[in-house]
Design a protein around this ligand. Structure first.
Ligand code: GDP
Length: 371
């Protein structure tokens, strides 16, 4: 019965005046063969390690970009390829100057990097700009996220700009950036700028992977040192009071003096370099030659006293220690036995039945016995 009803319904629909006749099929406005060709051209065939390596050696920026995506990937097959590629690139890396640039949002980092990068390119340098921004997955990329930043630099043949990866933890992002540095150097970039927002832990991670650390600051009213973490200032090889243009010049000069005085209070650095303070403007380019000059002095001095190489070696060894520490603690906290006993030990500590030290000893003892 139901079936009959439906057949009737269909028939009446077909006879309805509202029925739209099927028109003649129109030919596609675009030649389908051409469409296929365009699609194929843009389709990203997976590359072999050799293809990545050759592309990088030829300074092919598109392949370099894809290689960085490869090292950021968490897929096991990509990871295997990435390790091979990094190992192949390592002997061709290390020949650059790695500069960290930090400062609070709005201090003018991207404007500064654009002018600074272009000035360096005028001196025949090849610039790669990488960013460390672990917050970017949340904020959808507060660093280098939108394409309007560094407009001229991004289209310059001698520059490569890579937005921050959004791979979760700071440790993960830092590792990706270190490996990206190796790839950029193997691709012939001789100046690597690592940008970070100076509001978290990321500047410490950057300090561990660069040769020179530049802190951008603004002249403000009142106590110049308010709100500035002492730790960040101690890391800086150069403090640039930025936006020193127009009416701001005078204030910037005052700020410069205050920062210089503050820096005198710090103990002398291991590299025998006394951190410098200068005023500059990323917008007008004022002070940029001085920034470049200070960096050249630093390079000359630290190459002469051999701190440059020593520092790089120390960085490698601290990565080794850090990676072992991270891996061990990760395995420990994910071990089922540790997870099971954790609550009990917490309660005992809070009830005063044991101390955190004793609890740590016991948990570690159990853990190592289980292995
Ligand atoms: P970032 O968030 O640190 O990357 O800062 P931006 O480079 O995006 O700059 C933030 C704002 O400050 C923008 O409106 C810029 O136009 C302005 N700005 C950047 N550098 C300068 C400078 O040297 N002088 C002046 N007057 N303004 C600047």
């Amino acid at each position: 019965m139901l079936q009959v009803d439906q057949t009737m319904k269909k028939k009446s629909q077909n006879n309805s005046a509202l029925k739209v006749n099927k028109g003649v099929e129109q030919p596609s406005m675009v030649n389908p063969n051409m469409l296929k060709e365009v699609k194929n051209r843009f389709k990203k065939e997976p590359l072999s390690v050799e293809q990545y390596f050759n592309g990088i050696q030829q300074g092919d920026r598109a392949i370099l970009s894809r290689a960085i995506t490869l090292i950021e990937s968490t897929r096991p097959e990509d990871k295997q390829k990435a390790v091979k590629l990094i190992n192949q690139c390592l002997p061709f890396s290390g020949n650059s100057l790695r500069i960290g640039i930090t400062g609070v949002p709005g201090v003018g980092k991207s404007t500064f990097i654009e002018s600074f990068g272009l000035s360096l390119i005028e001196q025949e340098k090849k610039i790669a700009v990488l960013a460390i921004d672990p917050s970017s997955s949340r904020t959808k990329g507060s660093i280098l996220g939108d394409k309007t930043r560094m407009e001229q630099l991004s289209i310059n043949q001698n520059a490569f700009i890579r937005p921050s990866s959004s791979a979760g933890t700071l440790g993960g992002v830092a590792r990706n950036t270190r490996e990206a540095i190796v790839l950029c150097e193997a691709a012939g970039f001789d100046t690597i700028l690592i940008e970070t927002v100076g509001v978290g832990q990321s500047e410490t991670a950057v300090a561990q992977m660069v040769d020179f650390f530049l802190l951008l600051m603004l002249a403000g009213g009142g106590d110049e040192l308010q709100g500035i973490k002492r730790g960040i200032m101690e890391m800086a090889d150069l403090i640039v009071i930025n936006k020193a243009d127009g009416d701001n010049r005078q204030k910037a000069k005052l700020a410069k003096r205050e920062y210089q005085n503050a820096l005198h209070l710090f103990p002398p650095a291991e590299n025998e370099w006394v951190p410098k303070v200068i005023t500059a403007s990323g917008l007008t380019g004022e002070g940029l030659p001085e920034v470049i000059e200070k960096i050249s002095f630093f390079l000359k001095k630290t190459k002469e006293n051999r701190y440059f190489d020593y520092h790089r070696k120390q960085q490698l060894l601290s990565i080794l220690k850090e990676t072992i520490g991270d891996t061990l603690s990760d395995r420990f906290y994910h071990h089922p036995m540790v997870k099971e006993k954790w609550g009990l030990f917490e309660t005992m500590i809070l009830n005063g039945e044991t101390t955190p030290y004793e609890a740590a000893d016991k948990l570690l003892e159990y853990y190592f016995k289980e292995l």
